[in-house]
Design a protein around this ligand. Structure first.
Ligand SMILES: NC(=O)c1ccc[n+]([C@@H]2O[C@H](COP(=O)([O-])OP(=O)(O)OC[C@H]3O[C@@H](n4cnc5c(N)ncnc54)[C@H](OP(=O)(O)O)[C@@H]3O)[C@@H](O)[C@H]2O)c1
Length: 276
């Protein structure tokens, strides 16, 4: 497993996304994922499944120190009065001790950045999380957030796959020593996986389209990915991306594809995104 070293954090490059995993299926998938070798689990307050994620972690029997757990605080709860209390609620639901990484899930245009970043730092200073970071921050906002943060931010979790270049965010993350963690990394399992270029590479390398796309992501320095599956058979598939390589021309093909940007996650409260 590739480990991303980012401002003191050691983040396993592949993690299990858990959005839309709920109830006993969530408990089961988290337990199975850890059994299959996953060492990074991604949840969020908004997913409403932290309790089940925690239950799956405990059921797996893994030593807590061997697992990297991320949760996120919803953008409506990142004001200085709310962020800390919401983080306490998240930890109570997970019940696995402090998390490894706590993120602001989305920026909030009505809350001054310095305020939410100060509240995020307070959560770390009081021992609720080992590391802090953000999600869905465009590059300029990321630079401002990093400058305002007493403790280093270790990651920006953003949508990233071969249909959405993130040149600006990648450059900022690199400059700031941060990881870029790709969400919707296989394009939500939609037409990216039947794209003729992706299928051609997959067939030639004897891999699946999802593996090709994930490999392209994690081959980039400081990039990780958190594919989500509700299908136990796909857990191993999505993790088995460390024993093959793309060719230089495959990388160029996928990079070129990503210039033609098609964003999948773009809610009304999203910030003004980077152009490239
Ligand atoms: N920070 C944020 O704002 C944010 C936003 C979105 C997502 N996220 C995080 O990122 C995670 C992943 O993103 P996502 O769930 O949007 O999309 P994704 O991981 O790109 O795709 C998930 C979809 O792909 C299918 N799939 C999984 N493995 C596959 C494979 N090997 N071959 C073919 N299809 C496959 C899944 O179906 P099956 O279940 O049937 O396998 C599911 O429908 C989320 O779960 C969440 O943890 C964060």
């Amino acid at each position: 497993m590739k480990i991303i070293e980012a401002n003191g954090a050691r983040i396993p490059a592949i993690g299990l996304g858990t959005y839309k995993l709920n109830g006993s299926q969530c408990v089961d998938m988290v337990e199975r994922a850890i059994g299959a070798g996953y060492r990074h689990i991604d949840t969020a307050r908004m997913y409403g499944n932290e309790r089940e994620v925690g239950e799956g972690i405990r059921a797996s029997g893994i030593a807590r120190g061997d697992l990297f757990v991320t949760t996120k605080i919803w953008w409506e709860d990142i004001g200085s009065d709310k962020l800390f209390r919401t983080a306490e609620d998240a930890l109570a639901a997970l019940d696995v001790g402090p998390v490894d990484l706590l993120l602001i899930h989305w920026p909030n245009a009505d809350v001054p950045l310095e305020q939410s970043i100060a509240a995020l730092n307070q959560v770390k200073d009081r021992g609720l999380t080992h590391h802090i970071g953000v999600a869905n921050f465009p590059s300029r906002m990321l630079e401002q957030a990093a400058a305002a943060s007493a403790s280093p931010l270790v990651c920006n979790q953003v949508e990233y796959h071969p249909r959405l270049s993130q040149e600006e965010v990648l450059r900022s993350c690199e400059r700031l020593g941060m990881a870029l963690i790709a969400y919707s990394p296989i394009g939500q399992g939609k037409d990216l996986l039947t794209d003729p270029d992706v299928v051609e590479i997959a067939e030639r390398l004897g891999r699946t389209p999802a593996q090709v796309v994930l490999r392209w992501e994690i081959e980039q320095p400081n990039v990780g990915a958190i594919p989500r599956t509700s299908n136990p058979d796909r857990l191993a598939e999505n993790l088995s991306v460390f024993d093959f390589e793309l060719t230089e021309s495959d990388r160029a093909t996928l990079r070129e594809m990503s210039r033609n940007r098609r964003r999948l996650v773009d809610p009304s409260f999203a910030p003004h995104w980077d152009e490239r």
